[in-house]
Design a protein around this ligand. Structure first.
Ligand code: IMP
Ligand code: MG
Length: 182
C-alpha cells in the first residue's frame, strides 16, 4: 500500500498553525516556571517527543541557557497498545544532581512511561524541581497516578499520529496531528 493511501486513513484534528499557537502559550507558561531557577535542564523522551521538543524549546525564554538531554524509552507491545513494561534502550544522562528538570513527553496514556522516568530521576538526582510537560494527555486511559504539569492538548481515548507520534513507526513526520483509523 502506498503512502498516499495510508494517509487517507488519518483525520486531522490539530493543524500545524493550531499547534504552533498552543506552543506559544505553553512556552510562556514554562518560561514563567523557569524564572529565577538556575541552569534548567529539559529532558526529551525519544522518539515521540522529538518534534514537540524542537518546537517547544524555541518558545521558552530563560535567563540561563537551557541544557537539553535525551533518553529513549519504549513500552513495546502491539502497534496501538503498550505492553505495560517500560524498556530503556537509551538512558545515559550526565550528573543532574539537584538541578531543575523539565521532562518532555509526546503523550501520557497509561502513565507508566512517565511514572517510571519521574521516579528514576527523583531517585538518581534528587532534583531541585521536577516537572512534566506532555504534548498530549489522555486522562481517561490512566492506570498509574501521574499528571502532567504542562499539557498541550487533552484528548479523548483516540489513537493519534503525526507531530512525532507513530503507528508502527510511521507518520511521525506529519506536521499536523490526526486520528488514525484502521
Ligand atoms: P504510556 O501508556 O503513558 O506509558 O504511554 C506509552 C507510549 O505509548 C507513549 O509515549 C506513546 O509513544 C505511545 N502512545 C500512547 N498513545 C498513543 C497514541 O494515541 N498514538 C501514538 N502513540 C501513542
Ligand atoms: Mg510509540
Amino acid at each position: 500500500m502506498g503512502a498516499m493511501v495510508m494517509e487517507s486513513k488519518i483525520k486531522p484534528i490539530y493543524t500545524r498553525e493550531h499547534i504552533a499557537q498552543r506552543l506559544r502559550e505553553l512556552g510562556a507558561q514554562i518560561s514563567e516556571h523557569f524564572e529565577g531557577r538556575e541552569k534548567p535542564v529539559v529532558i526529551g523522551v525519544l522518539k515521540g517527543a522529538i518534534i514537540f521538543l524542537a518546537d517547544l524549546v524555541r518558545e521558552i525564554k530563560s535567563a540561563d541557557p537551557l541544557q537539553l538531554e535525551f533518553v529513549r524509552l519504549a513500552s513495546y507491545g502491539s502497534a496501538m497498545e503498550s505492553s505495560g513494561v517500560v524498556q530503556t534502550p537509551y538512558l545515559e544522562l550526565p550528573n543532574l544532581y539537584k538541578r531543575h528538570i523539565l521532562v518532555v513527553e509526546d503523550i501520557i496514556d497509561s502513565g507508566r512511561t512517565a511514572k517510571f522516568f519521574l521516579d528514576y530521576l527523583r531517585e538518581q538526582f534528587d532534583p531541585a524541581s521536577l516537572k512534566l510537560c506532555a504534548f498530549l494527555d489522555k486522562p481517561s486511559r490512566r492506570v498509574v497516578d501521574v499528571q502532567p504539569d504542562f499539557t498541550g492538548f487533552s484528548i479523548e481515548d483516540l489513537f493519534v499520529v503525526g507531530y512525532g507520534l507513530d503507528f508502527a513507526e510511521q507518520f511521525r513526520e506529519l506536521p499536523y496531528l490526526g486520528v488514525y483509523e484502521e
